[in-house]
Design a protein around this ligand. Structure first.
Ligand code: SOE
Length: 390
């Protein structure tokens, strides 16, 4: 069976998620399209890199990502670094003929994202794969929703209402990290999590054409934590510690019009007490409605207008072997999958794309479109008017 040697850059929370994904491909999907082999892990912090090598079972570690690009044995690169380095690492890896799985958002600016999409297009003719890690579109319930939409089961889409709400930065004592700094993150809640639901909204209803937004920063500075590690609010810092400015949004909401005539809205914040990984996407069509909530990711709520009036309403479908990625959903609906299985689905699709030489979603071109929507959202919050997605 083909093996794909992996170089992984960025050994934090997201690096761990990619490792869980790769390691479980042959365990959950058999026969696997290819078996990922963990070759080199890179982190700028040597202790973290060394520790990750041992813990995750890589053959070697480095603190210099260029070593991964220059290693002729490495077939594929996972990019799990802060957003500002996605473009330079992806472009170098693709030009070196390596397949790339890059974390989201694809980049900090649409100019960089455009360059990435262009390089991805150039190397695609040689069978080099470029994929952006918008994993939530791969949740079996989300894939099933897409199937129902495509089959026409809910008719023409009228409205897509999506939210991505978390609470990990709601506490002012949650420390500063790169996620609150424009030079590293590009945008705040909008870029970090709003992009996931923009991706799903466009997956369901096609391109967003224009937006009008309201974007705010409520917590304007945060305490600096020693080392600055991105721990997603799991540690709190003494409120009297030195503080530094937050220069990205912590609350973004917008209305949108799709090219196909549908309307919708998106809200994103990491400051919503009580909401954890609250991704909801509700689609209303001329013949029914669909509701997905990631906090209940094994379920899809559906309502069909043709049902008799006295029993019409939302019903719950539990995903399992009858749905997409049935191999991974265990044998009985209700046994349930979680974030680890979802990252395994993503790794599986990456392996499959490499073997089949077929560009997977979310392609760099699609991820570039997501970045352009974000730019229109930020532009609209300045102009206080509808802005076209350029
Ligand atoms: C933090 O908000 C974060 O880790 C995001 O960066 C991820 O994209 C999201 O899936 C989980 O939360």
């Amino acid at each position: 069976m083909q093996t794909v040697k992996i170089g992984l850059i960025g050994a934090g929370f997201m690096g761990k998620a990619h490792v869980v994904g790769y390691s479980n491909v042959p365990k959950l999907f058999w026969p696997a399209p290819a078996v990922p082999e963990l070759k080199t892990i890179c982190d700028v912090d040597e202790a973290t890199a060394k520790d990750a090598k041992e813990r995750f079972g890589f053959k070697q570690y480095t603190t210099d990502w260029q070593e991964i690009i220059n290693d002729p044995e490495i077939d594929a690169v996972s990019i799990c670094t802060p957003n500002d380095s996605h473009a330079k690492i992806s472009i170098a890896a693709l030009k070196a003929g390596k397949h790339v799985l890059c974390e989201k958002p694809i980049s900090n600016s649409s100019t960089e994202a455009k360059a990435m999409a262009e390089v991805a297009d150039e190397v695609a003719v040689d069978g080099v794969i470029a994929m952006c890690a918008y994993q939530y579109r791969r949740v079996p319930a989300v894939v099933h929703a897409k199937k129902l939409i495509e089959e026409g089961s809910i008719g023409n889409i009228l409205n897509v209402r999506a939210t991505y709400l978390q609470s990990w930065s709601a506490d002012e004592a949650s420390p500063l990290s790169w996620r609150f700094q424009k030079k590293y993150a590009g945008a705040g809640a909008l870029g970090d999590i709003g992009t996931h639901v923009i991706d799903i909204a466009q997956y369901f209803a096609g391109d967003i054409e224009e937006v009008v937004s309201n974007v705010k920063t409520f917590i304007k500075e945060r305490p600096v934590q020693e080392g600055g590690a991105d721990l997603l609010g799991t540690i709190k810092v003494d409120p009297d510690a030195v503080k530094e400015p937050v220069d990205v949004d912590d609350e973004a909401s917008f209305l949108m019009n799709f090219k196909n005539g549908a309307v919708g809205s998106i809200e994103a914040t990491r400051n919503a007490w009580g909401r954890n990984n609250y991704i909801t996407v509700e689609v209303h069509g001329t013949k029914g409605s669909i509701l997905f909530n990631y906090e209940r990711l094994n379920e899809l709520e559906v309502c069909f207008s043709e049902d008799l009036e006295d029993r019409r309403g939302f019903k719950t479908i539990y995903t399992g072997p009858a749905h997409a990625y049935g191999d991974v959903t265990w044998n009985i609906p209700g046994m349930n999958i979680g974030y680890g299985e979802l990252k395994t689905i993503e790794s599986y699709d990456f392996m499959k794309a490499i073997v089949e030489k077929k560009q997977p979603s979310t392609s760099f071109a699609e991820a570039y479109k997501v970045d352009r929507v974000c730019e229109a959202v930020l532009a609209s919050s300045e102009s206080r008017a509808w802005e076209k997605v350029k």
